[in-house]
Design a protein around this ligand. Structure first.
Ligand code: PMP
Length: 283
């Protein structure tokens, strides 16, 4: 699945694909990215991913290197040369590789564009049957997590701490003891019979899957609320907790910081939303 990569408009063997050591994505994490799941050869919610990519690029002042139609064509070509089917496209745009490493922004440097495919790993049946464990962590990230930047060290370290505790995800908690999002997922909770999710703000990535889940909730008349503050105390007494992302789809969390969530089983509301999600057109 990792056979052919895309580098600046050319398709190359992935193991031979390389980027300069002066690339600012490498030196400063001066770059943004997307991960697009592919079902049966078709990129899911590509429009939304490309729109978020455009927002991320604009937010950090990198010119979007392609028109919308060119992105669509290039990414579909990449999927096809890698055999179509179920996979996941990783796409990164960096500010480019000027001749010198210095903090100030370079003039007249073209962005570098890298994309490759990986096997998609949908949630295994055991995860759907039993749910997963999550732990909470103080949110130590920067204040602009709505930008999908590759500066993910705090996310990676929090996820590693979660894995060390045999948990699947770390959930970030802000200074006001509010729930923010996971290290690589957004979060929903069913509290007192209401589906809640933190409202978007700069601390939160506007997840594409979060948007799909909100659409599914609305389409199925399931009452839901985007809240400015989702207290950790509410999460601790939630009947259900879900995490969602392009890679994880929507997973039930049945343990939080070692304590059972609700009745310890994936909840009824989750089952309904998960079922409806399978019916969504995966174009
Ligand atoms: N928040 C963070 C921090 C993430 O890394 C991700 C996964 N990219 C998400 C949320 C979920 O976003 P999406 O549904 O677009 O994959």
């Amino acid at each position: 699945m990792t056979d052919t990569a895309l580098i600046n408009g050319s398709f190359v063997a992935a193991e031979q694909a390389s980027i300069s050591i002066f690339d600012r994505g490498f030196l400063f994490a001066d770059s943004v990215y997307e991960v697009v799941p592919v079902y049966a050869g078709r990129p899911f919610r590509l429009e939304a991913h490309l729109s978020r990519l455009a927002d991320s690029l604009a937010a950090v002042g990198i010119d979007n290197p392609h028109q919308h139609g060119d992105w669509v064509r290039l990414l579909n070509d990449l999927i096809n040369v890698n055999g179509g089917g179920d996979q996941s496209v990783y796409l990164q745009v960096t500010r480019g590789a000027p001749a010198r490493r210095e903090h100030r922004l370079p003039q007249d440097v073209d962005p570098n564009i890298v994309a490759f495919c990986q096997a998609r790993r949908p949630p295994p049946p055991a995860t759907l049957a039993d749910g997963v464990a999550a732990v909470t962590r103080r949110d130590t990230r920067w204040a602009r997590c709505h930008i999908k930047s590759t500066s993910l060290l705090a996310n990676v370290l929090a996820a590693a701490e979660a894995h060390a505790e045999e948990a699947t995800e770390a959930l970030f908690i802000d200074e006001a003891d509010g729930v923010v999002e996971g290290s690589s997922s957004n979060i929903f909770a069913v509290v007192d019979g209401r589906v809640l999710t933190p409202a978007l703000r700069p601390a939160i990535l506007p997840g594409i899957t979060r948007g799909v889940v909100l659409d599914v909730l609305a389409a199925n008349d399931i009452a839901h609320h985007m809240v400015d503050h989702l207290p950790l105390t509410a999460l601790r007494r939630a009947d259900e907790i879900w995490i969602c992302s392009s890679s994880r789809e929507i997973m039930p969390v049945t343990q939080l910081d070692g304590v059972t969530v609700g009745n310890g089983r994936p909840g009824d509301v989750w089952a309904k939303v998960y079922g409806a999600l399978q019916e969504v057109d995966h174009e």
